[in-house]
Design a protein around this ligand. Structure first.
Ligand SMILES: Cc1cc2nc3c(=O)[nH]c(=O)nc-3n(C[C@H](O)[C@H](O)[C@H](O)COP(=O)(O)OP(=O)(O)OC[C@H]3O[C@@H](n4cnc5c(N)ncnc54)[C@H](O)[C@@H]3O)c2cc1C
Length: 429
């Protein structure tokens, strides 16, 4: 039994301040019975719930805090195709899964666009995402990516930018080139999450908020327990990602929390917007620890970055992130910062999302290594397939042996930083 949960409201993010709806689903009380119970109402949980509800399952979604309270309602809002670890899948299973990997890469973009349209979700969805190179040696990767997309007949627009074009499009000298894909883009992640949750409810799903799950009781119909009630189901899906402490025997030492942080400026004047991002695209650098930014619908610069394994947030997020922003945009030195917040990313050492099953009927899916807006939507579909008995894509992930670092619960997160460095160096070699 997990104890010591502090129920919380949304963090002080720009997203919480501009949410379309303040959700207020009931607390879980008494006994409930459904086909599938999902723990955690971030994108993974909500996408799984919505897919299952669309397929006619009865669903309960149990959230410790609020819908989108975790990383899903706090992130950079960057829609980036694919998911981390796809290269590892390809290396493990070979050429025969090339088509599956290609469709996994773009499926998240399709699901998000389809749902925004089908359920009329107002979440400021925009097309255009640029990867940019802070170092000259990084630009070769952009040409390679363009060649790959050309070879595979990629149907959407993309461009490679040289230094001049990057400077003209982003109003900064900080980058040596860029690659822009117009199928990727950006959005207001909390409003997407809330909108998808509402769509699931309209299809009959039940959501419980302020209801931390304290234990899973295994059996033919496992029980999901909270302080005041329980849900019994044919199958359970654990979707608590970096915030979850459930099932420690199976899941500890598998996904590690790392902090990432964002600041939001005051709305910028049109002249500044036209100088720094006239195309209104999302931007992310290609360093190992990324910086990322975009404009909000009301033209604030939302600038994020850094990765912190200490388990503690910095004393001032603004002081931590602002120098990084000013390195790219020194011209914004007098701009007011209205928002600062952070959230937890779930890092997996081999970078492949940790997907699997405990016993016959408790599924889990977590650990997107900071690249989860699209990936969670694909995983929602894969988890719904698995619950329904279609295991083809689930087994690709579940079949990869995860890398664990035993003892991290005692040694602390610094050991993870060392582990990450080891795998990064191995990748580079
Ligand atoms: C600051 C930041 C910036 C990021 N930027 C980007 C980006 O621009 N693009 C991108 O693709 N990815 C980005 N990511 C990563 C992305 O946000 C995540 O990969 C994704 O949101 C994970 O979704 P999730 O549903 O698995 O987890 P979460 O959104 O973290 O949701 C987990 C939920 O489970 C709940 N929960 C946990 N334990 C329990 C329990 N016992 N009982 C009930 N509920 C429980 C939590 O309260 C939480 O609401 C970013 C992440 C952060 C933190």
């Amino acid at each position: 039994m997990i104890t010591g949960y502090q129920k919380q409201e949304h963090t002080g993010s720009y997203y919480a301040a501009t949410a379309n709806e303040i959700t207020d689903y009931p607390v879980l009380e008494g006994a409930h019975s459904v086909d599938v119970c999902i723990v955690g109402a971030g994108f993974t949980g909500v996408a799984t719930a919505l897919t299952l509800a669309e397929r006619g399952y009865s669903v309960a979604l149990v959230e410790a805090n609020r819908v989108g309270w975790g990383a899903s309602g706090r992130n950079g809002g960057q829609i980036i195709n694919g998911m981390s670890g796809l290269k590892k899948l390809r290396a493990r299973y070979g050429e025969s899964i090339a088509d599956t990997v290609w469709s996994l890469r773009w499926r998240g973009n399709d699901i998000i666009h389809d749902r925004v349209e089908q359920y009329d979700i107002r979440c400021d969805l925009k097309n255009g995402y640029a990867e940019v190179a802070p170092k000259p040696r990084q630009v070769g990767y952009f040409e390679e990516t363009a060649r790959e997309l050309e070879r595979l007949d990629f149907p959407y627009r993309y461009e490679v930018w040289d230094r001049e074009k990057t400077r003209a499009m982003l109003g900064t000298d900080a980058f040596h080139g860029g690659f822009i894909c117009y199928r990727d883009g950006h959005l207001h992640p909390l409003n997407l999450c809330i909108g998808e949750a509402r769509a699931a409810v309209n299809l009959g799903a039940r959501i419980f908020e302020q209801s931390p799950v304290t234990a899973i009781e295994h059996g033919a119909r496992p029980r999901v327990r909270t302080a005041d009630g329980h849900v019994e189901a044919d199958a359970v899906v654990l979707a608590g990602n970096a915030y979850s402490r459930l099932e420690p025997k199976h899941l500890s030492n598998l996904v590690f929390p790392a902090g990432s942080y964002i600041i939001g400026t005051e709305p910028l004047p049109d002249a500044v917007v036209n100088e720094i991002n006239p195309l209104d695209i999302a931007v992310c650098d290609v360093n190992a620890v990324v910086d990322y930014y975009r404009l909000s619908a009301d033209k604030r610069l939302l600038y994020g970055g850094a990765c912190n394994y200490s388990g503690r947030d910095p004393a001032s997020i603004k002081s931590y992130i602002l120098p990084r922003m000013l390195k790219v945009y020194p011209q914004l030195k007098d701009v007011r910062i209205d928002y600062e917040w952070g959230g937890k990313i779930g890092i997996v050492l081999n970078r492949v999302p940790a997907v699997g099953r405990i016993g016959k009927n408790v599924y889990y899916c977590q650990g997107y290594s900071g690249h989860g807006v699209c990936a969670t939507h694909v995983m929602g579909e894969i988890m719904a397939d698995a619950v329904g008995g279609t295991l083809e894509r689930f087994d690709l992930f579940a079949g990869l042996k995860p890398i664990r670092i035993p003892g991290t619960q005692w040694l602390g997160n610094q050991i993870i930083a060392l582990g990450m460095m080891y795998y990064r160096i191995k990748d580079l070699l």
